[in-house]
Design a protein. Structure first.
Length: 323
């Protein structure tokens, strides 16, 4: 990468590429899974299972976050959370992240270090850490995260294992992020609990591996909305997923915000994304792990999603290339 021209002392251009790397590397913990941390051409992470679960996501300023809405710490936590949630949705234990940062040269240094602190704090919730990455110059802030996990001897829980007769269950919040986005989009900052839910998701990390141990037949991270992600499971498994809306929790903050906006809170619950709840199926009669609540069932038929017995249309959720 070409040398970045020197800039203000409080901007990343003033530090340069390697100075910026040095400013953030020390903020990341060294965990037992890290055999060799940052400082060489690559890190070395233990893989006792002999298999590594890997996933990655991008966050682009103006598309996934706004710096006038979210702090750097918020963005760091969100970037980590959406990747860690994908790992636990496979039944894996997260171990390490690799992070790429693209930023303009006038980005404040404390924004970059705040991002690193957010990544570190979210990783600490699951015992993982950041082991390396890259920084480049770009016109807007872009955060790319690759996450690694360990199956600990278990089979991965995929989207394709649901079978007729299985129980459909969910762990975590639904609709809170979408409601928070609606609040922010109208220029408000309260209810604060909804705004915070949009800026920093709260995936039920422990529920993923617990579901795998309990014999979950399929599982997915609800990142794009309950209906859309249920549709992914239905398609992959070749089954019908039936959702009973009477079982879905509509928290009081959602109800209050919906009343203020003349909206239907159930739409946020069914179609809102970025909560990173876990949707899973379990064999009939199986005890659901802590945190999971039954919301329906799996039946035979052409792959589809039913809501209160009616085929769901326009599954909603987020699609980056849908107008």
């Amino acid at each position: 990468m070409p040398n970045v021209p020197a800039g203000g002392a409080g901007e990343v251009s003033g530090l340069g590429e390697f100075g910026l790397i040095g400013a953030v590397v020390g903020r990341f913990a060294v965990t037992p899974d890290v055999l060799l941390g940052p400082g060489d051409d690559a890190a070395v992470v233990a893989a006792p299972d002999s298999r590594v679960v890997a996933t990655m996501d991008l966050l682009v300023e103006g598309r996934h976050f706004r710096r006038d809405w979210s702090s750097a710490h918020d963005v760091g936590r969100k970037a980590a959370a959406q990747n860690l949630a994908d790992l636990v949705a496979m039944g894996a234990r997260p171990t390490a992240l690799l992070v790429g940062l693209g930023c303009p040269p006038d980005l404040p240094v404390d924004w970059a270090t705040g991002l690193a602190d957010g990544l570190a704090d979210e990783c600490a919730l699951v015992g993982a850490t950041v082991v390396g990455g890259d920084v480049v110059r770009s016109d807007h802030v872009v955060v790319a995260v690759t996450a690694l996990g360990d199956l600990e001897g278990r089979a991965p829980v995929t989207r394709s294992g649901a079978r007729p007769g299985d129980v459909l269950a969910v762990a975590g919040r639904l609709g809170w992020s979408a409601a928070g986005l609606a609040v922010l989009g109208r220029g408000f900052r309260s209810p604060r609990v909804l705004v915070e839910a949009h800026k920093v998701p709260a995936p039920p990390y422990a529920a993923g591996p617990a579901a795998a141990v309990a014999g979950a037949t399929s599982m997915v991270d609800v990142s794009d909305g309950l209906l859309q992600d249920a549709g992914h499971v239905a398609t992959a498994s070749g089954v019908v997923l039936e959702i009973d809306t009477a079982t879905l929790e509509v928290g009081q903050p959602l109800a209050d915000a919906a009343a203020a906006f003349s909206a239907d809170p159930l739409e946020w619950v069914l179609r809102g994304g970025e909560d990173h709840a876990l949707l899973a199926t379990f064999p009939p009669g199986a005890a659901l792990p802590d945190g999971f609540v039954a919301i329906g069932r799996v039946s035979a038929g052409e792959a589809s999603v039913l809501v209160d017995g009616v085929p769901a249309t326009g599954l909603g959720g987020h699609d980056h290339f849908r107008s």
